[in-house]
Design a protein around this ligand. Structure first.
Ligand SMILES: *Cc1c(COP(=O)(O)O)cnc(C)c1O
Length: 354
């Protein structure tokens, strides 16, 4: 059986976890949390990191910290994982959807301006499947209209736009450490930022909104989005092999590209990373079936959010629809053998007619 994803652990995770258990420091009060936050933020190129219980809570925390509230609007790509839009709803605000770029599948920067209104407060570019968004024009629009930029980096640890790490370009970057992400803490996430005020507000909101100086005093409604020392212990271990994980994943992408004889077009400003290798085929559902018969797991691409009940809309998003219909996600994990990639590609090419 070839699964879609599989985490990779080593001695570093074991040793850190064992430290948690032997010292009894297992909650968010343990010392690995700050170390993990500092370590990850520095790697991204940010001054501050706020680790959370998930990528979703990281995004929610970021939006609340910017002051997003009922009646506000946030620009979100229509082709993304649903959490990107749900967190906007959690704030009582409205996600306003933008179509995908045909080449790299992320939010099309040329279609953002027409969606900006008096109520727009933020843009949320999502670096989908490890590919960076075209951040230049997005930052320019945000500057012109005074909008926050919250980057959803859940699938793109280490991707770069013009040599700058995603997560350090907008006001806040949000990463996920779910088990199938590039590095994992089981469940977990982090917000990265260079803005001290946003950082302090996120730290406060993550811990029920409790005052820094007065115990059990609360000035606003906060959350418990604190990560545990156990998760941070695993995260630190993962950090120590992050560069080698990215290199291995790059090799997997190159093998897929060469066996399939297709690759996404490349852009001078983009350095992508390989999250779950995703490509476009014909007869997508038949390809998934044929792979399943060989005990190989695969997934359809995300559906455009406006096709599903929570965000139903008659508005057309032709690019997202066309990409999503043909998109398939293939097994991607450290330890996936070259011969297995070759076997997978043979089926994909034959049934997918590429
Ligand atoms: C995984 C993911 C999230 C949510 O992260 P969780 O840690 O699962 O909450 C958000 N956005 C995107 C694009 C994702 O892929």
């Amino acid at each position: 059986m070839i699964p879609l994803a599989k985490p990779v652990f080593g001695l570093a995770e074991w040793e850190n976890l064992s430290t948690c258990l032997t010292t009894g420091w297992i909650s968010s009060q343990g010392k690995f949390v700050k170390e993990f936050e500092d370590n990850f933020a520095k790697w991204v190129g940010c001054r501050y990191g706020v680790a959370t219980t998930s990528g979703t809570t990281a995004l929610h925390l970021a939006l609340v910290a910017t002051g997003l509230k009922e009646g506000d609007e946030v620009i979100v790509p229509v082709l993304t994982f649903i959490a990107s839009a749900n967190v906007v709803k959690y704030c009582g605000a409205k996600p306003v959807f933008v179509d995908a770029h045909p080449g790299y599948w992320n939010i099309d920067p040329n279609k953002i301006k027409e969606k900006i209104t008096q109520r727009t407060k933020a843009i949320m570019p999502v670096h989908l499947y490890g590919h960076p968004c075209d951040m230049g024009p997005i930052m320019q629009l945000a500057g012109m209209y005074g909008l926050w930029v919250i980057e959803d980096c859940a699938e793109a640890h280490g991707a770069k736009y013009n040599n700058q790490m995603v997560g350090s370009i907008g006001d806040i970057g949000c990463f996920s450490f779910y088990a199938n992400k590039i590095i994992t803490t089981g469940e977990g996430g982090i917000c990265t930022t260079n803005n001290r005020d946003l950082y302090e507000h996120m730290v406060l909101l993550r811990d029920h909104g409790m005052s820094k100086t007065k115990k059990y005093w609360f000035d606003e409604v906060g959350f418990n989005y604190r990560i545990t020392n156990l998760q941070a212990a695993v995260g630190l271990g993962q950090m120590s092999k992050l560069e080698s994980i990215l290199k291995e994943r790059e090799r997997i992408k190159m093998d897929y590209d060469s066996y399939l004889g297709t690759a996404k077009p490349s852009y001078g400003w983009a350095k992508d990373v390989c999250w779950l290798y995703t490509t476009l085929v014909n007869n997508r559902d038949k390809v998934i079936e044929a792979l399943a018969k060989e005990d190989i797991d695969s997934r359809p691409m995300f559906y455009p959010l406006t096709q599903m009940p929570p965000y139903f809309s008659k508005e057309g998003f032709p690019m997202a629809e066309s990409i999503s219909r043909r998109g398939i996600t293939l097994p991607t994990y450290i330890g996936l053998e070259k011969c297995d990639i070759k076997r997978i590609c043979k089926i994909v090419k034959e049934i997918g007619e590429i």
